[in-house]
Design a protein around this ligand. Sequence first.
Ligand code: MFK
Length: 632
Amino acid sequence: MWVCSAPLSRFAAGLLCGIPRPLIHIRSASVAETGTTRAYEDQNCEVEGYLAFSRARIGPFFQERPVLKNPFLEDGLLRGYLSRHLPQEAVTSDLCAFGERMANEVDGWGRECEVTPPRLVHFDAWGHRVDHIVTSQAWKQMKYISAREGLVAIGYERPFGEWSRVYQMSKLYLFSPSSGLYTCPLAMTDGAAKVIQSLGVSWPGEEAYGRLTSRQPEHFWTSGQWMTERRGGSDVASGTETLAVPQVDGSYKLHGFKWFTSATDADMTLTLARVQNRAGATTPGSRGLSLFYAEVSRDQEGRLKGIEVQKLKDKLGTRQMPTAELLLDGLQAHRLSEEGRGVASIANMLTITRIHNSVSAVAAMRRVVQLAGDYASRRTAFGKLLRDHPLHMQTLARMEVETRGAFLLLMDVCRLLGREETGIASQLETHLLRLLTPVVKLYTGKQAVAVVSEGLESFGGQGYIEDTGLPGLLRDAQVLSIWEGTTNVLSLDVLRCVARSSGMVLEAFFSHTKSLLSAASNVPSLTPAVKAANGALSELGMFVQLAAGRDASYMELASRDLAYSLARIYTGALLIDHASWKGASPSDTYAAIRWCEQNLCPVATNQASGWYDTDTASLDTALVYDKHSQAQ
Ligand code: MFK
């Protein structure tokens, strides 16, 4: 207990020696006794004889901290969505217990992963090259819990049939913000299992598949996804230099340089390389790439076989996770795909990792909204709690609307994935899944940065302080729009799938969105939202008609706005659909209305303003490189 003693008072007074003495009067118990901010404020009254900045004057200063509560119980939309679509008691009780673990146990490990980042030991004490990536105990715990909780396994055991992916991703969504970025290796592990499964589970991938989908921690493996080389990560077709040299036993030796490899402590990897023919020649471009499987192992001396870890990357965020530059110097590997079918074969992995990316994005938004809401119920400013300031609540409500929309978009893609994997997806649903996978990834990746940034601001200066754990949320969010395809690369992927399907993916989009909206058209409270979404859908239809006659550069300039329009309109329809469900809350309706008040179809608006016209590209370039100054 902190008390003001008379001797201390006299000592302090003696030290002052002529300096004007502040007046402090202590009339209440200490903060530690009462535990309230109010009591602390009462202390800052007047008492004679204290130094301006002595301990007694400053007091045991503290602010209320936001408390992480069970993220399952705190998330009304998640629980509403599940009670509508997957109401099984086994799911609810598992997610509730898992959420409890997040709040009481796992979140602390996640913090430990952040403050104890991995390090690379190149040589042992005797000069032997070992290339050990040393990770924290907490990081290892994450691997253990991932296996035990079936965070990958659920997607393959399929305990709830077509809804198993929704269940798995809901669990990952609870795990992600507390996981110390362990969701990254899990994304790649899930993606690798999916690729092996899609190519047929047989040698050499058979054992790996069993391990990737195992619930036994000692058996469980994680996988890498080594795609990015020195010449860049987006243009895989021309950037991949790694050579695959055939061996007499049918295996290959890989020689190349992987420039970004995430979670490099993985047990195995999938990677792309160019098969060298007998004359030493390779096929350029995408058609020269094949998909390989390699295990990461050590020789008897402890050296990595066929791999040298050049360095660990020094990154803005995701510091919990080892990201390395690797020299592949004769790494033994097995070809999984047909020759030249590498990109098409790894595309299954990209679909899965892009959905995982969206899980992390939406989970980051949800986490910051939850913490900000909790803080607003504790923190007083200008004489009242933050939650009693309407402008503050408006800001949090806008974040909440973004988060809800993103959540429903994500879950719908998980639903579609589950239907496709269980063989019950219609042609329309298969098209929707192909179209919406890049859309959900690019849109939620961007939203996450905006919402998490706004969330940090809602804590005032504390949001900028490292040991609150809050800045890490923003740093980690920033990668979500970069890896697994940047916003622009994914916007072009949207165009590519429209073209390759001869527009069928768009037809599926229009058809399904219309049916969602017409099902809700008899709900009076949703009328403004339905009207806005229908209007935006018509605008999009007109844009598509007009764009049919335009050249590739017009479409390229429109592609990002097109992807945003698809995301906003479809999400609006999902919010409306959810709000029209009989178990929905008034807040579900309010969120749907608020979402649909924004510009749902920016591609139509910007098209009308001439943003994609022929001369725009050169004007954009001139603007970016403008060196003209009035002063010259
Ligand atoms: C929190 C968790 C987050 C996850 C953590 C993961 C950490 C890992 C970090 C990384 O590894 S980041 C690096 C990830 N790299 C990328 O995402 C690459 C970005 N670039 C692209 O996505 C390009 O669009 C692509 C490399 C795919 C373009 O390559 P190509 O060779 O020009 O593609 P092309 O010729 O259009 O398509 C080749 C085949 O693939 C076609 O099949 P077919 O030959 O049968 O017609 C395409 O249909 C198919 N394909 C391409 N993209 C596809 C696809 N299929 C399905 N979905 C797609 N998205």
